[in-house]
Design a protein around this ligand. Structure first.
Ligand SMILES: *[C@@H]1O[C@H](CO)[C@@H](O)[C@H](O)[C@H]1NC(C)=O
Ligand SMILES: *[C@@H]1O[C@H](CO)[C@@H](O)[C@H](O)[C@H]1NC(C)=O
Length: 560
């Protein structure tokens, strides 16, 4: 009898896994604070286009400083006014949609998370509190939005990389024990140095139900020039740190590092990054000079933030006849940009979104994600309501995700493999083994035990957990930073030039010319001074912070 039950259960698991895996995801982040935007910008739970999403993620909850538990950031809105419960109650009319909650986000900083993952005991406090929270408010899962593990510039430490994986493994086991089919996903960056310092890619991709790649904010005021922030491909002016900082190369990097294509969800920004150009600058091309001190373009009426405009704030200006805006198209990056006077914005519109949707299908990724649904033209101020969301839905709902491609991953060297944490009695009852951990990176099977009611086969040992490898050699912990300052995406580490230069990281400047060599300059990368070298024949131009011809740069202060 037991054998029969187990067989039936296994068959059921296999069928659901195949169905679930072939259906593309449309992941909609919802920012709870959008309800405070004035006038037509106000966006509440009732505005969510539930039909057009497969997953909706309430953003954000946080983590408490000392007790390492779930922190409710806006208790009045989320609890007293029933934000959480109203949100998950949408399931009654939409039983197939997953209603999740995101923990973290940029404003939460990184140091509390680094602290929370530091010990098994503190991780367990968090995990228990998450389980209670999901039960209490009836969510379907958790999305981890820690920005970012291992980021010294955000209060992280070197050890975060292993510990973040432990957290994921332990959450996964706790969710399995809870037996409610909760999903576990994460929002992740795509810059190589971020992945190196904080993400065990193959292991995370195996554990998590989906990876939400934040393929936006790749440029912004912090970069020191005007540009679109979600270019699909490399453009001619993308040099150095920016060469691979585009959507196509970023997603390819996740695959190269060992993430199956059918776990990757591509982020689409429903907002633009805006800039204030230098006074008297008549060059409006991509990469043009900005007045960096302005902090970005002027605040727009609804989102009221410098350097950040919702799509509906852009289309109402740019697409209006006689508004004086000039609209252009980035031919290689496949994104629109627009300018008027000193104001410049790079963004996404129906044309660029449609190109990205076709590209997702061509690449066989798991689907599309948006930050955030409350910035689409949901009131139809420029035409049809929710024009961008409708494109995500049109393309993703009619698309079947193919099995992952194999052979394009680089195997993780032994020294880079993480240890895993064994399950112990502090977590609860042992978990029956339902999957064997594949040892190669090519994974023909996509069966996911945790998302389905797994068969209760009695096996006492948790094989997943007993393969404890020795810890990899550890570098000293990076210094903890306490201040949470907005730090830009820093360029990749040019390791061969890595020299300690404490000055640059204490200076206000983003670029500092080398004192001796004209063709060298410094930047602060993750709290460390890193020396960069200009292309042969060029020298560093102090005025423009670029590598330039010696005649333009006027450098008499250094050796050529
Ligand atoms: C939740 O729903 C109730 C009843 O419709 C409403 O009064 C309340 O304002 C809603 N809360 C939020 C945050 O939307
Ligand atoms: C916009 O933000 C500024 C501060 O950043 C604040 O003083 C102002 O009241 C806000 N305006 C609106 C309309 O919310």
């Amino acid at each position: 009898m037991r054998v029969l039950l187990a067989t039936l259960a296994v068959l059921a698991v296999a069928t659901t896994a195949i169905e679930a895996d072939s259906k593309a995801r449309i992941v909609c982040y919802f920012s709870n604070w959008a309800v405070y935007r004035p006038g037509v910008g106000r966006y509440g739970i009732e505005d969510i286009p539930v039909d057009m999403c497969t997953h909706i993620i309430y953003s954000f909850i946080g983590v408490t400083e000392k007790s390492n538990e779930v922190l409710i950031i806006d208790p009045e809105l989320d609890v007293e006014k029933s934000g959480f419960r109203n949100f998950t109650a949408l399931r009654k009319s939409h039983p197939d949609v997953k209603f999740m909650v995101a923990v973290g986000g940029w404003a939460e900083g990184g140091s509390k998370y680094s602290h929370m993952v530091a010990q098994k005991q503190t991780r367990m406090s968090f995990i228990r509190s998450v389980v209670d929270f999901l039960k209490k408010y009836d969510f379907d899962g958790l999305d981890l939005d820690w920005e970012y593990p291992g980021a010294a510039d955000r209060g992280g430490s070197f050890s975060d990389k292993d510990r973040f994986l432990y957290l994921v493994q332990e959450l996964k086991r706790a969710f399995f024990r809870a037996g409610r089919g909760w999903e576990l996903t994460a929002a992740v960056p795509l810059a190589n140095f971020r992945l190196m310092e904080g993400y065990h890619v193959p292991d995370l991709c195996q554990e998590l139900d989906a990876i939400h790649v934040m393929s936006y904010d790749l440029r912004g005021n912090w970069a020191g020039f005007a540009d679109v922030h979600s270019p699909l491909y490399k453009r001619p002016h993308d040099q150095w740190a920016y060469e691979k900082l585009n959507v196509n190369d970023g997603l390819a990097l996740w695959e190269e590092k060992g993430c199956p294509s059918n776990k990757l969800v591509v982020g689409i920004p429903f907002y633009g990054r805006s800039f204030t150009l230098s006074a008297g600058n008549n060059n409006y091309g991509l990469g043009t000079y900005i007045n960096k001190e302005a902090g970005g373009g002027d605040p727009a009426p609804y989102t009221n933030a410098t350097g950040f405009w919702a799509y509906y704030e852009i289309c109402t200006e740019v697409d209006k006849d006689g508004s004086g805006w000039t609209k252009k198209w980035d031919e290689q990056g496949k994104c629109p940009y627009a300018y008027k006077g000193t104001q410049w914005v790079g963004y996404e519109d129906p044309r660029s979104v449609e190109i990205k949707m076709n590209w997702i299908k061509q690449k066989g990724y798991l689907g599309a994600m948006t930050w955030a649904i409350d910035m689409d033209d949901f009131k139809g101020l420029c035409g049809d309501e929710n024009p961008l969301m409708k494109l995500l839905h049109k393309h993703m709902s009619s698309y079947t995700v193919p099995p992952p491609r194999t052979g394009n991953t680089t195997p993780t060297p032994e020294w880079a493999r993480p240890p895993s944490t064994p399950s112990d009695s502090s977590e609860g009852a042992p978990i029956p083994t339902t999957t064997a951990k594949p040892t190669t990176t090519a994974r023909p099977t996509t069966a996911k035990p945790s998302t389905t009611k797994a068969p209760q086969v009695s096996i006492d040992e948790d094989d997943n957990d007993i393969a404890v490898r020795p810890e990899p050699p550890k570098a000293p912990e990076a210094p903890e930073e306490t201040a949470e300052v907005e730090v830009p995406e820093a360029p990749e580490h040019p390791t061969e030039n890595e020299v300690d230069n404490p000055d640059i990281c204490n200076s206000e400047e983003d670029y500092v010319a080398d004192k001796k060599k004209c063709d060298k300059y410094w930047r602060c990368v993750n709290g460390e001074g890193v020396q960069f070298t200009c292309q042969p024949g060029t020298v560093f131009n102090i005025k423009l912070n670029v590598c330039d011809w010696p005649d333009n740069a006027n450098r008499d202060d250094c050796q050529p």
